[in-house]
Structure formats: structure tokens, C-alpha cells
Design a protein around this ligand. Structure first.
Ligand code: HSE
Length: 401
């Protein structure tokens, strides 16, 4: 029997234990041996559950148990996940995680430490919930030049946007529903302000370029400023609004990365991604466009990715290909140079001036506001034009393209 430990027994940790038990025979066939949970580290005791006898409150019990070969880290947050991960790797144990925060912040250190210790560090569940995207990017797309990665990377916000705009649910009710279903982070502001998607984008960008950019260097906007009027205006021009994470890699290797709501023409496959579903589109040379789609959050989907990593480790050990990341801020393009067609809403008093200031813009019909779609312009040029008008945008949403 292969012994493992789970640290953090919340929605995902419990989902992993349930999956190991529910599909035990299948997992045994897959990996050639049965998998047993030796320890569960949590602050709680879970009395009356089958897991009660496995609970410890001391990580040293796991670190010092030579029979435990792999630690599953589903704690979330940077600390103490960072310290426990380092201790596990240094003790010669593989680590599998669903924790995007710790991967985005310290993935470079963990991968180096794993290499040194001759063990594996894997994080399929950190991006896209149950969607296999990290492993395919490494093992099947690594021979391509990756030019762009773009995706709907947060299930909670996609669920909220879909509920609000399809069924007319209020933002608060949709958020509560997402939390009740176990999609949202403990602190849902990480979801709705775009930080969770930014962490995932940092990981995908590192897979595409080898560079692990600091999350705080990524231009990040959430969904809290999106109004029902914007969604209606977008629909009138054949678009939906989605929170996207996007990175592009120029010929010179410069990387442009941002998380923000985008207008997506309805015919794009990403536009049809609804509810808690995530989708990631990778554009590479010579492969072209590849799309990954599936449930981006929730216990079962995320557990599937965690246990998938575990199964790969048990099958192939440390010899499976894995990247090394370099933590750096260099090579990240200045957001002021990002260019796109942009949907702008201004107070109606600017209408006459806006027509002169944005001479090649398309002006959309609106009774109360000045609504326009600019030609392709840089952020800096839009800022400069708005400053000259003395106007602040009520809404400002970029068009994908
Ligand atoms: N809160 C995250 C989401 C969970 O909604 O996508 C999965 O990473």
C-alpha cells in the first residue's frame, strides 16, 4: 500500500479522501497498488467521521513518518502551506497541491527543492479545477512556441456573471450560491476582484515562458464594476462579458499579461463557457489553437485533478517531465502599451466632445449615457484622451481580439 497524508481537510481535501475511497479499486488498477491515507492534518477533529482516527494537529507526525511518500496539500493560502511544503519536500516526500496561491508565489522554489530532493511537486488542480491543462501543457505542448494563453480561470465569477445575466439574480445572491456550492475562496474578494484568476494566470504564464511573474505585477481587475447596462450593451453588439486571464508572448519574448473583464464576440468558443465552467485556450506554433474546457471549481472536479497528479507520480515517479520556473519581473510589458478596441461609457454631457476626441469610434445608442467602442488604442492613449476631455469612464471594458 502507498501511504499518503492530506494537509487541510476542507472542501477539496475531503473531496480527495472521498475520491480515494469511492474509486479505490479503479485507482489501484491505475497505479498498481492501493492508496491509504495515513494522516490528516487539520485544526478540526472531525468526530464521528471515518477520518477521526487519522487526524493530527502536528505536521511533524507526517514529516517523520517514513512510510508517507506523498503529501496532498489542500490548505489554501501561502502560510503555513509554504513551510509545510518545504518540510515535506526536504523530507523526501512528493507534494501535490490544489493551492494556486502558494504555487503562484513560491512555485519556483518548490520545483527547485523537489529537483534537489529527487521527488515531485505537482499542481494540476491549481488551475482550472478538474480540467487537465497543466500536465498537457508540459507533456504534450512543450515542443511548441506558446504565443498566447487566454481563459476563463475563475468558476465563482463565471458562475456569478452567468446567474446574474441569464436569470437576473442579484450579485449578492449569486455569490452566496457560489459559496454554498464550495466554489468561492474562503475570502471571496480574491474571486470577485480577480486575484484568484491572476494567480492562475501567473502559473499558466510560467508554463508558457518559464518566468514566474509576481502576482502584484499583473494588471488585475475584477467583476464588481460591471453593470447590467454594460451586459445589455454588449449583447446588442453580439458580445458577452467574461472575466479573462490573458498572456501573450511577443516575437522578442516580451510578455503582456492581464486579468480583466473582456467583451467576447459570441462566436468565440470562450464566450459559450457558462456557470462554474472554465476554459483555457492555448495558441502555439506550430499547433495553432487548443482549448481545454471543464468544471473549474468544486470538490469532485478539483479532487479529480489532485488524485490525477498522485496517480501519475505513483505510476511514473520523478522521471516524468516537469519544468523549472524562474521568478522574475523582467520581460513583462508595461500595461500602458496594451492595445485593444475598448467599450467606454461616459456621462452624456461629454457626447459632443467625445465624438471629436474619438473620431474613429463607433457610438452606440443610449438614452442616458455616451457609449462608444473605440478603434484599437493603447491604454495610455485612452487615458490621455479622457484626461483631455476631463472625463472619467463610468465603464471601460476591452474587446478580445
Ligand atoms: N474559487 C476558485 C474558483 C476555486 O471559483 O475558480 C477554484 O480554483
Amino acid at each position: 500500500m502507498k501511504k499518503i497524508a492530506i494537509i487541510g481537510f476542507g472542501v477539496v481535501g475531503r473531496g480527495c479522501a472521498d475520491l480515494l475511497s469511492d474509486n479505490a479499486e479503479q485507482i489501484k488498477k491505475l497505479t498498481g497498488d492501493s492508496v491509504g491515507i495515513a494522516h490528516i492534518l487539520d485544526l478540526r477533529d472531525f468526530p464521528g467521521t471515518p477520518y477521526e482516527a487519522l487526524v493530527t494537529h502536528d505536521f511533524a507526525d507526517i514529516e517523520n513518518d517514513a512510510e508517507v511518500g506523498t503529501v496532498i496539500e489542500t490548505m489554501g493560502g501561502s502560510h503555513p502551506a509554504y513551510e509545510y511544503t518545504m518540510r515535506a519536500l526536504r523530507a523526501g516526500k512528493n507534494v501535490v497541491t490544489s493551492n494556486k496561491e502558494v504555487v503562484a508565489n513560491f512555485g519556483d522554489e518548490f520545483l527547485r527543492e523537489a529537483e534537489k530532493a529527487g521527488v515531485c511537486y505537482r499542481f494540476e488542480a491549481a488551475v482550472g479545477g478538474g480540467i487537465p491543462v497543466i500536465s498537457p501543457m508540459i507533456s504534450m505542448l512543450g515542443q511548441n512556441k506558446i504565443r498566447e494563453v487566454r481563459g476563463i480561470l475563475n468558476g465563482t465569477t463565471n458562475f456569478i456573471l452567468t446567474e446574474m445575466f441569464t436569470y437576473g439574480t442579484s450579485f449578492d445572491a449569486a455569490l452566496s450560491d457560489a459559496q454554498a456550492r464550495g466554489y468561492a475562496e474562503r475570502d471571496p474578494s480574491a474571486d470577485i476582484l480577480g486575484l484568484d484568476a491572476a494567480r492562475k494566470l501567473v502559473i499558466l504564464t510560467a508554463l508558457a515562458t518559464g518566468k514566474l511573474f509576481p502576482v502584484e505585477k499583473i494588471h488585475t481587475e475584477g467583476i464588481t464594476a460591471i453593470r447590467a447596462e454594460d451586459v445589455k450593451a454588449a449583447a446588442k453588439i453580439g458580445c458577452s462579458i467574461k472575466l479573462l486571464g490573458r498572456c501573450t508572448v511577443g516575437e522578442d519574448g516580451e510578455v503582456s499579461a492581464l486579468v480583466a473583464p473582456f467583451l467576447l464576440p459570441e462566436e468565440l468558443p470562450l464566450a459559450g463557457t457558462r456557470g462554474v465552467y472554465n476554459a483555457v485556450e492555448v495558441v502555439g506554433e506550430p499547433i495553432g489553437n487548443v482549448m481545454f474546457y471543464g468544471r473549474g471549481a468544486g470538490a469532485g472536479a478539483t479532487a479529480s485533478a489532485v488524485i490525477g497528479d498522485l496517480a501519475q507520480i505513483l505510476c511514473s515517479g520523478r522521471h516524468s517531465a516537469f519544468p523549472i520556473f524562474e521568478k522574475t519581473s523582467s520581460g513583462l510589458a508595461d500595461f500602458a502599451n496594451f492595445s485593444s478596441q475598448t467599450y467606454l461609457v461616459l456621462d452624456r454631457k461629454y457626447s459632443a466632445f467625445a465624438e471629436k476626441a474619438f473620431p474613429r469610434a463607433a457610438f452606440l445608442e443610449s438614452e442616458n449615457e455616451c457609449v462608444l467602442l473605440t478603434e484599437r488604442m493603447t491604454e495610455e492613449a485612452i487615458d490621455r484622451t479622457l484626461a483631455a476631455l476631463g472625463a472619467e469612464a463610468i465603464s471601460r471594458i476591452r474587446m478580445l481580439g
